[in-house]
Write a protein that binds this ligand. Structure first.
Ligand code: HEM
Length: 260
């Protein structure tokens, strides 16, 4: 599939004010036992030690999740979503899962809005939960519990908010940069599934009305990531957590695909 939006990786934002030299691997990459990773995980810290490279956090996140991203693009759920082949009921389950995840993420970000690392990513223009709630209402979706994998993802976010708030950055990165990038491609498939035009109704999740230029916004967001006051160990932990964000998302997709 050839993405029609943002198909060329953007240059790293020029306003890098903070660079992170990643340490040698001191922490194992852990993935939930319930969904073993089937792709080779590039261990970023090891790579960086090998190449002796200093990267900003934004680049470290992109490189560290490259394999996970490739898998996410290829999975059967996303495949069906893009082609508009999901059942309407499954799409509504997908929205319920997203609402659960974003409710946890956005409450956690708001709770830590004054945190020096988390605060810069607690941005009202990115909020997705209100849009998802409106989509569910517009589509007449009955209130139902989300798939268990979405609740597990939300629990993880609450745990981070309680004990490791800096790692919330990984989830803000994975969700919001994803939504602003390839997520826009998913909109067409969603429209097809819902039997509507590209403007909806029921597609507010894909709209960022306060962001006029998503490309410029993403460059600024990457510069913001690079400027966060993180030490090398925290940066490495954030990259590991971002890999987990992808695998936790994959678990949600697998649960939804299984329910088709
Ligand atoms: C068919 C599905 C997908 C497609 C076609 C797709 C496509 C893309 C494209 C083209 C970009 C590059 C944007 C740019 O450089 O400006 C991108 C970036 C990104 N995507 Fe996806 N994506 C998909 C699924 C996902 C999923 C499921 C997630 C995570 C849950 C995700 C997370 C991200 C993130 C975090 C970035 C930013 C990477 C970076 O520059 O650091 N994507 N995506």
């Amino acid at each position: 599939m050839t993405p029609t939006v943002h198909s060329t990786p953007e240059p790293i934002a020029p306003r890098v004010t903070h660079q992170v030299t990643m340490p040698r691997a001191t922490h194992p990459v852990t993935h939930p036992a319930t969904h073993p990773v089937t792709h080779p995980v590039t261990h970023l810290a090891t790579d960086l030690a090998t190449h002796d490279t200093a990267l900003g956090l934004a680049t470290a996140l992109r490189e560290g999740t490259r394999d996970a991203h490739r898998d996410a693009e290829r999975g059967p759920f996303v495949h069906a979503l893009i082609r508009g082949q999901l059942a309407r009921a499954t799409y509504l389950d997908y929205l319920r899962a997203l609402e659960t995840i974003y409710a946890a993420l956005e409450a956690s970000l708001a709770r830590h809005a004054d945190h020096p690392i988390v605060g810069p990513l607690a941005r009202p223009e990115l909020l997705r939960r209100p849009a998802i709630a409106r989509d569910l209402a517009t589509l007449g979706a009955a209130t139902q519990p989300p798939v268990a994998a979405a609740r597990a993802y939300a629990d993880r976010l609450h745990t981070l908010a309680d004990h490791h708030p800096a790692l919330l950055v990984a989830h803000a990165y994975t969700r919001y940069l994803g939504d602003l990038s390839g997520g826009q491609l998913l909109r067409r498939g969603a429209a097809r599934t819902l039997g509507t035009g590209p403007e909806g109704p029921g597609l507010e999740f894909y709209d960022f009305p306060e962001i006029a230029d998503p490309g410029a916004y993403k460059r600024e967001l990457r510069a913001c990531l690079d400027a966060l006051p993180v030490d090398a160990a925290t940066a490495a932990a954030i990259v590991d957590e971002a890999r987990r964000a992808f695998t936790d998302t994959a678990s949600v997709f697998a649960a939804l695909a299984a329910s088709e």
